[in-house]
Ligand binder design. Structure first.
Ligand SMILES: [Zn+2]
Ligand SMILES: [Zn+2]
Length: 306
């Protein structure tokens, strides 16, 4: 680590690597210093967009091919060309979301956050890293719960959040398919945390990858949750009910705030009334593919949707 540049950002770790291997030798003129503000902003835009696309498409594809149950595509609520539409929507939104995100990354790179480089800088040493991991998850879970509930408010819903609810039976590619305002608002807690609390920058990058994996995993149609955790962890079964029944399970990792906020719903997939059960029932009745299929036993009408 050279001591010349301000070193209080996780993104400068990424920027340093990108500068060293790519931008400095191949892209920018030698006369443009690495810590020039405009250069940093352009580099952050490139790195953020590439990173988001690689995480979303790469992890989404792994999940789609190896975890997602393709049987779900037979569900009456699965849309025509849905996977392609999810990818197209997400890939159009992500570059727009990257603009305010890069503004926050830039203030980080300029040293305004509480990110630190070394474990020795942690107020509590190694246990401090563990504590910040736990508090990051609880803080962002709480913020996302309330932001998500706010986005469901009848005056706001149609403006920003409705596009994410087009997919009633989501695939892993629905995970990042948000209106740009929706995507930025729900991602904001991750960016705000290191401005409020001390956090090791490598841990921050690891948590950033983790939240992307988690967001994909709650859309992957794999409804299994280890037995004892079913009522504690907000998994794919819980979030699928959010897409199907709308007013329940707003949380991200935990069921905590849904329980406190009175919006918890025990997943229908875990009670024999989930999407797979409907597909099996319709197949047994020979009704699959029939537009007249009666799905009301399984899917309550969603009053606020239209
Ligand atoms: Zn929602
Ligand atoms: Zn979702």
């Amino acid at each position: 680590m050279d001591g010349e540049k301000i070193k209080d950002s996780a993104m400068d770790l990424v920027l340093n690597v990108a500068d060293y291997y790519f931008f400095t030798p191949y892209v920018y003129p030698a006369s443009w210093p690495e810590d020039g503000a405009l250069r940093q902003i352009i580099s952050l835009l490139v790195v953020t967009n590439l990173g988001a696309a690689v995480l979303y498409l790469g992890l989404g594809a792994i999940s789609y091919y190896f975890i997602f149950d393709h049987n779900l595509m037979k569900h009456p609520h699965f849309l025509e060309n849905q996977v392609w539409r999810e990818i197209k929507y997400a890939m159009t939104s992500l570059p727009v979301i990257s603009i305010p995100t890069v503004a926050l990354f830039f203030t980080e790179v300029r040293g305004y956050s509480k990110l630190y480089d070394h474990v020795a800088d942690s107020p509590l040493g190694w246990p401090g890293l563990f504590l910040s991991m736990i508090s990051f998850l609880f803080f962002t879970d709480m913020c996302i719960y309330w932001i998500h509930r706010f986005l469901h408010h009848k005056l706001i819903y149609k403006l920003f959040h409705k596009p994410h609810h087009i997919w009633k039976i989501p695939t892993p590619f629905a995970s990042h398919a948000f209106h740009p305002v929706d995507g930025f608002l729900q991602g904001m807690p991750y960016h705000i945390y290191p401005f409020l609390f001390p956090l090791h920058k490598v841990l921050y990058l690891a948590l950033y990858v983790f939240v992307n994996i988690w967001t994909i995993s709650i859309h992957d149609g794999d409804y299994r949750v280890p037995g004892a955790l079913t009522s504690v962890i907000n998994g794919s079964a819980h979030h699928t009910d959010h897409h199907l029944f709308f007013d329940y399970n707003y949380g991200q990792y935990f069921t905590l705030w849904d329980r406190l906020g009175g919006s918890y719903r025990h997943p229908s997939a875990l009670m024999g009334k989930g999407p797979h059960d409907l597909i099996r029932k319709l197949q047994a009745e020979g009704k699959l593919g029939n537009d007249e299929a009666n799905v009301t036993d399984f899917c309550e009408p969603r009053s606020k949707e239209t």
